[in-house]
Design a protein around this ligand. Structure first.
Ligand code: URA
Length: 222
């Protein structure tokens, strides 16, 4: 069965054969906005450790743009530390970038951190309820913390913990974990709103699907 999508252009039902300007008109199919502008580019990179989140580096280090090797002017959405791995979106969609990175839109970013030490109830409570003093106006609280694993080793305990946060100051996760005395040994971003890293190989990249772009648009109310 072919499913008939309900197409709305700028708030009105589309007419058969209606022409649209993809750069200006707002098109929705079954209630979901569709990004049709062919000049808009969206890449998802699984950033490797050692790659820097900038478009040019005066010191000649490998940048995220070197990795995806494209000449279109796309920019990273937010930044990951040089040592941090994982999900990095690159796009030339300025409004989407603004909304995904501005704290007022409260887009959840998910990180998986391997830390030194174990994570018990006390640490989780501090991270989510009591809050952590980072020297800012308010105490920092994570939206959620999940312990994914822990092990004892000759050099001490290690834990793997997943954190949902919606703020973006520099080195946030490393600073927060340092503040609870669980320094980060490895950090990977695995999610940004509805966008998930999934099983991409470190250092690989791909175009976002239309469904992923739509989901990001919806997340930030575009
Ligand atoms: N928090 C950090 O500490 N580093 C990152 O790269 C991202 C979030």
């Amino acid at each position: 069965m072919v499913r008939q999508g309900r197409v709305i252009v700028n708030g009105d039902f589309a007419e058969l054969g209606q022409r649209i300007d993809s750069a200006v008109d707002r098109v929705e199919v079954d209630g979901l906005r569709v990004q049709l502008d062919p000049t808009k580019q969206y890449f998802l990179l699984n950033k490797a450790e050692g790659v820097i989140t900038t478009t040019k580096d005066p010191e000649g280090r490998t940048t995220v743009l070197d990795v995806i090797g494209i000449h279109e002017r796309v920019f990273p959405v937010g930044r990951l530390d040089i040592a941090t791995e994982g999900l990095l979106l690159l796009t030339n969609d300025g409004e989407l970038t603004h909304r995904l990175t501005h704290p007022s839109f409260e887009v959840t970013k998910t990180y998986v951190a391997e830390v030194a030490g174990s994570i018990g109830r006390g640490v989780i409570r501090k991270l989510t309820v009591t809050g952590v003093d980072l020297g800012e106006e308010e105490l920092f609280k994570a939206d959620a913390v999940r312990v994914l694993g822990s092990r004892k080793g000759p050099g001490g305990n290690r834990a793997v913990v997943e954190l949902d946060v919606h703020e973006g100051p520099k080195h946030l996760v490393r600073r927060v974990m340092e503040a609870v005395d669980r320094p980060v040994l490895r950090l990977v971003r695995t999610g940004m709103g509805p966008l998930k890293l999934g099983r991409m190989k470190t250092g690989s990249y791909r175009h976002l699907t239309q469904a992923e772009v739509d989901a990001l648009y919806r997340e930030v109310g575009l």
